[in-house]
Design a protein. Sequence first.
Lengths: 229, 81
Amino acid sequence: MKASIIVFPGSNCDRDIAVSIKKLTDLEPIMVWHKEISIPDSDLIVIPGGFTFGDYLRCGSIAANSPIMNDVIKKATDGLPTLGICNGFQILTESGLLPGTLIKNDCLSFLCKTVSIRVENNETNFSKKYKQNEIINIPIAHNEGNFFANEDTLKKIKDSNQIVFKYCNQNGEVNNETNPNGSIENIAGITNEQGNVLGMMPHPERATCKITKLSDGENLFKSISEFLL
Amino acid sequence: MKLNVKIMPKNGVLDPQGKAVENSLSQLGFKNFSEIRQGKIIEIDIDADKDRAINIVDEMCKKLLVNLIIEDYEIIFDREK
């Protein structure tokens, strides 16, 4: 089984994702350059974080139109599990695979810290190994992580149970004080309606190794592995 | 044919950059202004007659230049080449 990690100019943590996948799943990670026109036979697609194309125009907008994205969109629409982290989340919204969009943090500054997020839905293929409402600690590192969707879209997202993670504090409280970036309803991660595409601003791949003293990202990769077996 | 695309945050969408500029102008002592919003202008030089040029640029806006969830746009005719 293979996982294709799409690499754009300005991607980062792509190698951390490969290390996490190797360590925590039965998948063999393959790096796929954005100029390729098709994805090798894979069981998972991952779009890593970073600052693709210098965040020009809008974050993720240029990458969303890279040659490889036609095949990403086709395969994700056909149901292939697809994970977008941070800038990868932005690329997935810009490509139309996920609803809503991500705008500048309301605090106007780049945020780089570990935050608590609450698992709102542990029935997805990405979150099965977590407990419902479990509070996990995962790093964020972004300038545009403020999730926005209009009222109709937000209603659809909620009605279809697409919210997977929300920003909270250590006690699991979700409110304005525990919202680092202004995201609507503290949203930190959502799936598409079918549930096979997840976008999240926090970096689970930065929480899978002893050196970082964080391990709460491990269950995300283990969830994917368990689902694919 | 020169066309400009004026892109602005939609009404009701948080515009933190506009807000920051507004705060800074207040600190500089400027008064009696409000509602500062920051957008962008993209200049496009296009080899087509006016109607066709506007159609092409409109397609560019929808496919890449504008995110219709958060932005409105206006195509402004600048000048013949």
